[in-house]
Design a protein around this ligand. Structure first.
Ligand SMILES: CC(C)(COP(=O)(O)OP(=O)(O)OC[C@H]1O[C@@H](n2cnc3c(N)ncnc32)[C@H](O)[C@@H]1OP(=O)(O)O)[C@@H](O)C(=O)NCCC(=O)NCCS
Length: 169
C-alpha cells in the first residue's frame, strides 16, 4: 500500500478538508448524538480556507498538514506549540514548565482508515513539535471512541493522563 503524501495545507484544499471533516462528523454523530453533531456543510470549505489555512500560514507556532492519497485529501492534522507558563515554579503540574505540542484535530476519512495515514500525520506533528523544542504532546479524545482510543494507546504509544467530566444543566 503506498504511503500518503504529507504536505502543508494550501489554497484550494477547503472542499477536501471539509469532506474529511463532514465524514468524521457523520461517524461521531451516529456513535454519540448527544455529544456530536453533523456539522453544517454550507460555508465549511470557506471556513477552512479563511480560518484554518490562514492561521497555519500566519502563525509560526501553528502546524497544519494534509495527507493526500490517490489524489484525494485523506486526512489532516492541526496542532500548535504552547509555551511554558511564566508561573511554572508555583504550579503543581510539571509539564507547565515545558514547551508542549497541543493537537487540536487529527482526522482521516473513514474510507482511508487503517492504511497508516493517521500514523503518518501524527508522526509529522510529533517531529515538527520536537524540532520546535516541545518535549510533550497532548490531546483530548472521546473516552469511548472505538477508533481513536486504540489508535493512540495501542498504535501510537500514548498514555491516559486525565478525565474530563460533564453534567448537563
Ligand atoms: C483515529 C484515526 C485518526 C486513526 O487513523 P488511521 O489512519 O485509521 O490509523 P492508522 O492506520 O495510522 O493506525 C495506526 C495504528 O493504530 C491502531 N489503530 C488505528 N485504528 C484502530 C482501530 N479502529 N482499532 C484498533 N486499532 C486501531 C492500530 O495499531 C494501527 O496499526 P495497524 O493498522 O497496523 O494495526 C481515524 O480513525 C479517525 O480519523 N477517526 C475519527 C477522528 C478521530 O477520532 N480523531 C482522533 C480524535 S483527536
Amino acid at each position: 500500500m503506498p504511503d500518503a503524501v504529507i504536505r502543508p495545507a494550501r489554497r484550494g484544499d477547503g472542499p477536501g478538508l471539509a469532506a474529511v471533516w463532514l465524514d468524521t462528523g457523520a461517524y461521531y454523530a451516529q456513535l454519540d448524538p448527544d455529544r456530536f453533531q453533523l456539522p453544517q456543510a454550507a460555508g465549511m470549505a470557506e471556513w477552512f480556507e479563511d480560518h484554518w489555512l490562514l492561521a497555519s500560514h500566519d502563525d509560526h507556532d501553528r502546524f497544519m498538514r494534509v495527507a493526500e492519497l490517490d489524489g484525494q485529501i485523506a486526512g489532516f492534522v492541526s496542532a500548535s506549540l504552547e509555551q511554558p507558563f511564566e508561573t511554572a515554579q508555583w504550579q503543581l503540574l510539571r509539564y507547565l514548565a515545558w514547551r508542549r505540542l497541543a493537537v487540536h484535530a487529527l482526522v482521516v476519512s473513514t474510507r482511508y482508515w487503517r492504511r497508516g495515514v493517521g500514523r503518518q500525520l501524527l508522526v509529522a506533528a510529533e517531529d515538527w513539535g520536537r524540532s520546535g523544542g516541545a518535549t510533550l504532546i497532548q490531546l483530548d479524545t472521546a473516552i469511548d471512541s472505538p477508533v481513536s482510543v486504540p489508535f493512540y494507546e495501542r498504535g501510537m504509544g500514548y498514555v491516559r493522563q486525565s478525565l474530563v467530566f460533564r453534567k448537563r444543566l
